[in-house]
Ligand binder design. Sequence first.
Ligand SMILES: NC(=O)c1ccc[n+]([C@@H]2O[C@H](COP(=O)([O-])OP(=O)(O)OC[C@H]3O[C@@H](n4cnc5c(N)ncnc54)[C@H](O)[C@@H]3O)[C@@H](O)[C@H]2O)c1
Length: 457
Amino acid sequence: MHVLVIGSGYVGLVAAVGFAEAGHQVLGIDVDVAKINKLKQGISPIYEPGLEEWLARHQASGQLSFGTDPKEGIREADAAFICVGTPQSEDGSADLQYVLRVATQLGQAMALRPMDASPLVVVDKSTVPVGTAARVEAAIAAQTDRRFEVVSNPEFLREGCAIDDFVRPDRVVVGCRSDHAEKVMKELYGKFLAASGGRWLRMDPASAELTKYAANAMLALRISFINEIAGLCEKVGADVQCVRDGIGSDHRIGKYFLNPGPGFGGSCFPKDLQALLKVGRENAQPLRALEATVEANRNQKQVLALKVRKYFKCTAGTPAPLAGRRFALWGLAFKAHTDDIREAMALELIDALTALGAEVVVHDFEAMPNVRAKVGNRVRYAEDPLSACDGADALLIATEWPQYAQADLRAVAGRLKAKLMFDGRNLFQPEAMKADGWTYHSIGRSPVGPTGHPGTL
Ligand SMILES: NC(=O)c1ccc[n+]([C@@H]2O[C@H](COP(=O)([O-])OP(=O)(O)OC[C@H]3O[C@@H](n4cnc5c(N)ncnc54)[C@H](O)[C@@H]3O)[C@@H](O)[C@H]2O)c1
């Protein structure tokens, strides 16, 4: 099959290398010329494990190429995937301007297709609200008399393991109306589904569009739920890790997405929840559980800063109560194995601590360039995790990079002013930390510390 993938970001690039891996002929498109030039040189503009190797392999084999105009590949394309961003508008809804612009461009490019070509399958892979397939269809139809069909095929990959998720899907959701479109989609995904044993779910486009939002809403709800249970654990002296094991072992509940932490961020959950709430409002269907999820997460993103304020007895009204204090902050990406900092909790932590007058020295394995571009010299950037700790009053952890969990804590303690840690990811065991002389605050577990340590213990 010949495939056009329009938008070469996290989703588009992964789809492009994935379809090339399945043996299809892929042309990746992006309006960002610098990005396309990098890609042509085999350099990935984003960090995603394995992506650069796959880019090199499939570009070398001729299976994958890149360009800036859909016209380059429209003639022979069997399918065109729309993988552009759908950021949050001011009113919370998904901003569809990029999706609709691509639809118009595709419609214009269709003039290059022979009149008797089989219908082009135009696939909405961007996350879009119900009714978008119809709007994309109208935008294309306004430009062309050639045959096409719009399909909704939401993407469920997780950044950090995106390639694996793409080539080993547990389900492929296809919202389409014709057997021709289903056949094309089956040919594209067939190899992956055969290998993974995943489910093929054909449905109408509106259901497919809503499935994506409902999936993200459900996952976000689980995270906010366990985060609030974690807060309660701290109040009543319970351990959220035990509670999590206790409920997660129930097969009706399952253990996934029940890790307590400093609130969810990323490019999807926050904006997708807002977009779904907007759809609910527009249709007079309140989504109260979702509203509570958003509210709980707003509070959770402050949880580490609150613990720091409490420990250092920062009283309201005191200007710059953390002036003269330095904090090492490990982890900037919204989760491990990515360089994505969209809605990352570390950014809120930086804002909160610097607003209190503190100096912050940050480290991340992949996300530092993105943070530097956004935050500039409001923080200092450390070459490695250990040097971030030099002379710091405490270490804060916001991202669960496995390397942090394996850090040599004796060396870390040697760099800090005191053995004081605020761990937003529960990377360490409280009892072991206590035995080692640390004052250790984590999520959903009582703080521990050596007897007589100053502060709240
Ligand atoms: N990132 C994820 O983990 C993820 C997972 C599932 C679904 N999604 C959804 O997929 C969509 C894309 O997300 P992303 O994270 O890949 O976004 P992204 O911002 O990383 O990439 C979007 C790309 O589209 C390009 N673009 C914009 N307009 C264009 C045009 N007219 N022609 C060609 N290229 C154009 C941009 O330059 C950019 O490179 C969003 O709707 C998102 O919600 C994202």
